[in-house]
Ligand binder design. Structure first.
Ligand SMILES: [Zn+2]
Length: 446
């Protein structure tokens, strides 16, 4: 019989049973944090909270948030891992660096147990997205420092699949390797598939000739944009899955789509507790279907750098909380964007992800790459958006395309843009997260 879940007990656990388990883990974790994390000893003392005040998950809002900036300052003061390193240096087996898309990067330390827990949650995620031991996967994320490289390689391997370590660059060798090793699956960022497609076409091949039938994507929101997904599946003849949601400082992978593709399942049950809050005020929100807010993470079994009520600034919409058709009981969500990237245009919250989703509907004329150019501090009456044309189109011959863009964004997202069309290949392609908001003015304090 085919194994349907990676960890059936955890993935199909009834919410009440899971909560009991997580309450137990939280109590042990907080005992540990209070005893071993100098950072939290100071922080909690300053906030006037005592260990005895926190009995279970329901009491978490009594604790202060942990901000990424605090961790950055703390690492600067206590290099290299900060005083929130709760273990001895001997227990650390691996160090990564965050991608640092919004300021100075953080160093992330893992112990043996942290590594095993990461592998476990990631295997649940990849398995849910369809990865099986019979697959041969080429892993095309940057291996240098970044957790998506080496650690995700290991995460893929945990499922029993055959993993080919490739990294980025050298596309001709990549194409050769895929063909010679009969690779049938690829792990990459969605935007990486574009230069790969160009390289395949340049060799006089059709992308479908490569024989890839599964794609495991992550690290940027691209694949949740319906137009982008449809186009990629059509081009490559593969099933493209959003399989890799996570972050180095919390857990490399803690969310992925199942076969139903009804949003990302949360796969870090028993490893990370989540709360939903209102981004501006920090007020707790009920995690119910339709709710929108920022996810706040608390480690439950972390050794090296346990974080409590960590704000990673992901704003999400909760798509479902009851059991999914796949049988998994975890909630499903969709990333709306980062609260850091959120722009307000005449009172409307605008996320670059939303702009990408809308532009994807014009995918026959656009490449999918865009940048929002912010040349002055708020308030904004409209946004300037630099939009890249599809291959072979030039800005002078696109007719009413600018008008279509203006109209689509006004209808879908209720704000006004001034589009600037640029030829194909103008905007940078990245192997990590694409920068969608370009601020061209001096920001106070940065
Ligand atoms: Zn499901």
């Amino acid at each position: 019989m085919e194994r349907f879940y990676w960890n059936e007990d955890m993935e199909t656990m009834q919410p009440a049973v899971l909560r009991q388990l997580e309450n137990e883990y939280l109590r042990t974790q907080l005992d540990y944090v209070w005893e071993c994390s100098a950072f939290y000893q100071t922080k909690f003392a300053e906030a006037g909270v005592k260990r005895a005040d926190i009995r279970d998950l329901a009491d978490l809002p009594l604790l202060p948030f942990t901000e990424k900036d605090e961790c950055r300052r703390n690492q600067h003061e206590y290099p290299p891992f900060g005083s929130y390193l709760a273990t001895s240096q001997e227990q650390v087996i691996r160090a990564h660096k965050t991608s640092g898309t919004t300021g100075r990067a953080l160093y992330v330390a893992l112990t043996h147990r942290d590594r095993n827990l990461m592998n476990e949650c990631a295997a649940r995620s990849y398995w849910a997205s369809g990865l099986r031991p019979s697959d041969t996967v080429v892993h095309c994320l940057n291996y240098r420092l970044w957790i998506g490289g080496y650690s995700d390689h290991e995460n893929l391997e945990e499922t029993g699949a055959t993993i080919v370590p490739f990294g980025v660059g050298q596309t001709a060798l990549l194409i050769q390797t895929i063909r010679e090793l009969h690779v049938n699956a690829i792990s990459a960022t969605p935007s990486y598939m574009l230069p790969l497609m160009e390289a395949v076409l340049a060799q006089g091949l059709n992308p479908r000739d490569l024989g890839l039938n599964k794609g495991f994507f992550g690290a940027e929101p691209g694949i949740s944009e319906p137009g982008v997904r449809a186009r990629m599946e059509e081009t490559w003849g593969l099933r493209a899955m959003d399989a890799n949601f996570g972050m180095a400082d919390i857990l490399s992978i803690m969310g992925s789509e199942c076969e139903q593709r009804q949003g990302l399942h949360f796969h870090a049950q028993g490893a990370v507790a989540v709360e939903l809050i209102e981004p501006e005020t920090g007020t707790p929100l009920a995690l119910t279907e339709g709710a929108e807010g920022e996810l706040v993470y608390t480690h439950l079994l972390k050794e090296a750098q346990p974080l409590v009520r960590y704000r990673a600034r992901d704003v999400v919409r909760i798509l479902g909380t009851g059991p999914c058709a796949c049988g998994r009981t975890s909630f499903r969500f969709r990333i709306l964007g980062r609260s850091d990237d959120m722009l307000q245009v005449r009172g409307v919250n605008v996320f670059p992800t939303g702009v990408g989703n809308t532009l994807a509907h014009l995918s026959d004329q656009l490449s999918g790459e865009f940048q929002i150019i912010v040349d002055h501090p708020p308030p904004h009456q409209y946004l300037r958006v630099r939009v890249e044309l599809a291959q072979k189109l030039i800005p002078d011959t696109v007719g009413d395309l600018p008008q279509q863009i203006i109209q689509a964004l006004r209808e879908q997202l209720s704000f006004r843009v001034e589009p600037e069309l640029v030829p194909y290949g103008t905007l940078p392609r990245t192997e990590q997260k694409a920068r969608r908001v370009i601020k061209t003015y001096e920001q106070a304090g940065s």
